[in-house]
Design a binder for this molecule. Structure first.
Ligand SMILES: N[C@@H](CCC[C@H](N)C(=O)O)C(=O)O
Length: 270
């Protein structure tokens, strides 16, 4: 059975998008998702995105990391999906209903409201999530924010000096994070600007992480590290504009791109 796909990216964070809103896919398990995402033997991507019908929104977006695990949210893929859909839509995700709207060369996404309670991140035990009393080598006192998916954010003097490829997987899988975590290393570069590198749960180092940018902007605003409620977050793949509105909602604006369209022979690895 041949399945059509669209290869897309947001700031270099890349996706294989399967549109099953009309023609259903065979059941999709983690091993099959990981095989499609594998850059050596599959199509290759940071996240596999599956669009399906929804009972509560215009459609549903399912998100699988490169390791095959299904997760709740993906900021960059939300912009890609807005571009693919072509008009304003409500989208059901595991992290809640988001609103997507194509805009310019990308989209604006209403990502919903962030959560800060320790058990909503979730953490293994209670602590202050604004300044956490924990450290991994020189990375210390992070913030934790759930923006649909879980993030820990370390504010540092020089983000490029942090060995994220070594510390990222260690922090991601620490017992403090029962659902694992996305690891953000942020450097405030001005009153409304931050440089960010992200070790993504289940996908590793990526060129950009939209939810990481949202979580980092919110954490910086809560800590008083930036002035105002609008922040430009620059990732290795480029900048995203993040606003945390007075009403508490996170608005993310940035580009998205279609790379190519293709098809592949479906193999069920379960
Ligand atoms: N690349 C994404 C985030 C994808 C999910 C994440 N790795 C997780 O496990 O929560 C983004 O742009 O937000």
């Amino acid at each position: 059975m041949r399945i059509p796909f669209t290869k897309m990216h947001g700031l270099g964070n890349d996706f294989v998008v399967l549109d099953a809103r009309i023609d259903a896919l065979p059941p999709l398990g983690p091993a099959t998702a990981a095989a499609i995402s594998d850059r050596r033997t599959g199509i290759g991507c940071d996240q596999l995105i599956v669009l399906q019908p929804s009972d509560v929104a215009d459609f549903q977006m399912r998100i699988f990391n490169a390791d095959g695990g299904e997760v709740e949210a993906c900021g960059n893929a939300s912009r890609a999906v807005a571009l693919l859909h072509g008009s304003k839509a409500s989208v059901e995700t595991g992290g809640g209903i988001i609103a997507v709207e194509p805009m310019g060369d990308g989209a604006r996404i209403d990502m919903g409201t962030p959560r800060f309670e320790w058990d909503a991140i979730p953490l293994a035990y209670a602590m202050d999530t604004l300044t956490m009393p924990v450290a991994w080598e020189n990375l210390e006192n992070p913030c934790a924010v759930n923006v649909g998916n879980p993030h820990v954010i370390f504010f540092v003097e020089d983000g490029t000096a942090i060995p994220l490829e070594r510390l990222g997987p260690e922090i991601e899988c620490d017992a403090l994070f029962p659902e694992r975590i996305n690891v953000n290393v942020a450097q405030v570069t001005g009153p409304a600007s931050i440089d960010l590198r992200v070790w993504e749960r289940g996908s590793g180092l990526t060129r950009a992480c939209g939810t990481g940018a949202c979580a980092t902007a919110v954490a910086a605003i809560r800590r008083g590290l930036v002035s105002g409620r609008q922040v430009t977050v620059t990732l290795p793949g480029g900048p995203l504009d993040i606003e945390w509105t007075e009403a508490g909602r996170i608005l993310m604006t940035g580009p998205a791109t279609t790379s190519f369209i293709g098809s592949f022979e479906w193999t069920d690895y379960a």
